[in-house]
Each structure stands twice: as C-alpha cells, then as structure tokens.
Design a protein around this ligand. Structure first.
Ligand code: NAD
Length: 353
C-alpha cells in the first residue's frame, strides 16, 4: 500500500513522525507492505515553492492508495493569490471527499462524562457554511461595504443525500441508529432540505432508526446522555463543532481519529488543528493522527479485501487502547508525563500481530 504523507504545519511534523513509527511497527508485526512518500505542504512549501499546496502533490493523490494529512495552520496563510491555499479544504473539494468520519469513544479514567460515549459523527465536508468550498467561483463570503459582511451557506440535495447514505451505511455496522442534527427550526429552507434528503435515504434503511435533533440540544445531550447516540449525521460546521466537543468530552482533542472519504480516495486527518501554542515542544498527543491512519488502513483493507491491512488497523487500535489505559503511558494533555516520541514508542511496543 503506497501512502502519501503530508506532515503539514505546527505540531504536524511531530505527530506525523509518531504516526509513521507506529505504522512501521504495525507493518513489521502483520506485513502490510506499506510504502511511504513524504512531500512538503503548508508553510514549508510556501517558503520553498511559493504555494502551500504544490501541483505535484495534487497530481500524486489519485495515484497512491491513501494519504496522511497533518494539520495545517491555514489561519496564518496569505491569500490564495499569494500562494495560500488551505490544503484540507482543497483536497476535500477537488477529490469530492464528502464524508468526514469522526468516531469518539470515551475511556475509563480519561473522560469527564458520567455515561459512556461511543459514537461516530458523519460530517458533510464539501459545502455548508465554509466559504472556501461552497462556490463554483469566488468566495462564499463578501463585504458589500466596510461595515457589513455576508456569508453564504450552501446545502444541496446531492450533498445531503450522499452524506446521509454514508451515515446509514456506517450505522448498519453498529447499533443501527442515526441522529440527524439540524437547525431547521430557524434555517428552515437549507436545513429543511437537508432533513428532507436524510428522510428519503432513511426509507432505504428500514432496519436503522432515524432520530432528528436540533443542534443546540445536541450540544447539551452529548454531555447529559452521550449513550443515546450511535451515528450523528450533520452539515459541515455543526459537525466540526460537535466533533471537537465530543473529542474533548472523551479526554482531549488529541484523541479522536478521522478520515475524509469520497468514492475512491481516503485521506487520514486528525480531528484537531496545528496547535501552534505547543508546536516543536514534543508534547502533542499523536493519538488522533495515529487512529486516523489506522482508519485509513481499515478503509483500504475492506475495499480491496486485504486482510493484512484490516488486521494492522486493529492491532494499532488495540495498542492505543492498552497504552491509554495505563496512567504511566499518557501524554500531558490527558494528565500524563510522556513526550510525543516516547508515547509513540510505547504504542509500538504494545503492537501485537
Ligand atoms: P487547535 O485544534 O490547533 O488547538 C486547540 C487547542 O487544543 C490548543 O490549546 C492546542 O494546544 C490543543 N491541541 C490540539 N491538538 C492537540 C494535540 N494533538 N495534543 C495536545 N493538545 C492539542 O485549534 P486552533 O488553535 O484554534 O487552531 C490552530 C490552527 O490550526 C489555525 O491555523 C487553524 O486554522 C488550524 N486548524 C487546522 C485544522 C486542520 O488542519 N484540519 C483544523 C482546525 C484548525
């Protein structure tokens, strides 16, 4: 399996190094035949190639079996005309990676929750309120005068139906419940359309329960009754916010894995950002990117019928569980002492075929 590795900005290079160490250990244990090809993006390629996303990187993506994308500091990027392209958004739009799949599972000793959480947030990735991806040309944000700014929110039948189908498919392999999260009481047209499409798709899945919840109530119920949720399907921005909440409730933003998936391309990407406040200090928790990489192996393994990849993914997830279970082998964000590289070493040591 050929994997294109794009370390990104901030803590990206540190957590990518940790992730590659863990993938190497898993490969040694279950022989997956992993091959890595690393390229600069973000501030590194801006300095050397005047763009945060070189064309040759985009050209390689359809030719490899999977991508590992580190977090990027796009808040710090210059304008697009000056070379500042948000790689995360660009990959999602250009390759139609419409589903951002973000599982969150609480672990004893790490969560503030009184009841267990074990859910998957299935977030629409290519439209919604995100002005850098919801227009064919131009930006979805504009200023008619210096004292007025407008943002467009795009919701389509196609985008809503395909994300709903992804959510119901995932629910079939779990506890068979989908919660559609919306704000149709206020944004009646756009979230009304989203719900209409989710309900249509639900008819093809009579074995899966559909529940509908308003987003503000969902934010509260994630804390009060996390165990009521199995799969949450929602629009872009609601999914982004709720998944950070869910991850942090489970212990840390640094814990939850995620993939961006389209018809034939999968990009592993941590749930969190580039954390510039802790970059270069070897203290970041690499779990999110490690679990994202495991999700990529699992996705590719199931798609190609490659059992070694599925076994590799399982071995990594088990090792992460074992290491996080032990208070002596935790990173600082979750109350431990281990540095990023030492934590990765502990996971490598825990990997078994
Ligand atoms: P952030 O997610 O980077 O950080 C929020 C807080 O969580 C910080 O205190 C940080 O130290 C902590 N944190 C995040 N990941 C951690 C980890 N693995 N281990 C330990 N602590 C961790 O969000 P932010 O500070 O709002 O954004 C920073 C930059 O990241 C901005 O440029 C933003 O645009 C970008 N961003 C990128 C992505 C992405 O690449 N997918 C996502 C969100 C934000």
């Amino acid at each position: 399996m050929k994997i294109l590795v794009l370390p990104g900005d901030g803590i990206g290079p540190e957590i990518t190094r940790a992730t590659l160490a863990v993938l190497g250990a898993a490969d040694a244990a279950v022989s997956m035949g992993l091959e890595f090809e690393t390229r600069d993006i973000g501030l590194a390629s801006l300095a050397s190639q005047r763009t945060t996303l070189p064309d040759e990187v985009m050209a390689r993506i359809p030719r490899v079996d999977g991508v590992i994308l580190g977090p990027v500091s796009h808040y710090e990027y210059p304008t697009r005309a000056e070379g500042g392209i948000n790689p995360s958004a660009e990959l999602r739009v250009v390759f139609e990676l419409f589903a951002n799949i973000r599982p969150c599972r609480s672990r004893a000793g790490l969560t503030v929750l009184r009841k267990p959480m074990d859910l998957v947030i299935v977030r629409e990735n290519t439209e919604g309120f995100y002005s850098d991806r919801n227009m064919f040309a131009g930006s979805g944000e504009f200023m008619p005068d210096p004292d007025m700014a407008l943002s467009l929110r795009k919701i389509t039948t196609k985008g809503s139906a395909r994300i709903a189908r992804a959510a119901f498919d995932i629910a079939r392999g779990r506890r068979r419940k989908v919660t559609a999260v919306h704000k149709a009481n206020v944004v009646k047209l756009s979230d009304g359309l989203f719900l209409r499409e989710v309900r249509k798709v639900a008819r093809d899945y009579p074995d899966v329960q559909l529940e509908e919840l308003i987003v503000d109530a969902t934010a509260a119920l994630l804390i009060r009754t996390p165990d009521r949720f199995d799969v949450i399907v929602t629009t872009n921005m609601f999914g982004d916010i709720l998944s950070d909440e869910a991850s942090e409730l489970c212990g840390s933003l640094g814990l939850g894995g995620a993939v961006n998936v389209g018809e034939s391309i999968c990009v592993a990407q941590a749930q969190h950002g580039s954390a510039p406040d802790i970059a270069g200090k070897n203290v970041a928790n690499p779990t999110s990117l490690i679990l994202s990489a495991a999700m990529l192996l699992d996705w590719r393994g199931r798609r190609d019928g490659n059992r070694a990849l599925v076994a590799g993914a399982r071995a990594i997830a088990k090792a992460v569980d074992e290491v996080l279970d032990n208070p002596a082998t935790r990173t600082r964000d979750i109350g431990g002492q281990l540095a990023t590289d030492a934590f990765a070493k502990a996971i490598c040591a825990a990997i078994r075929a």
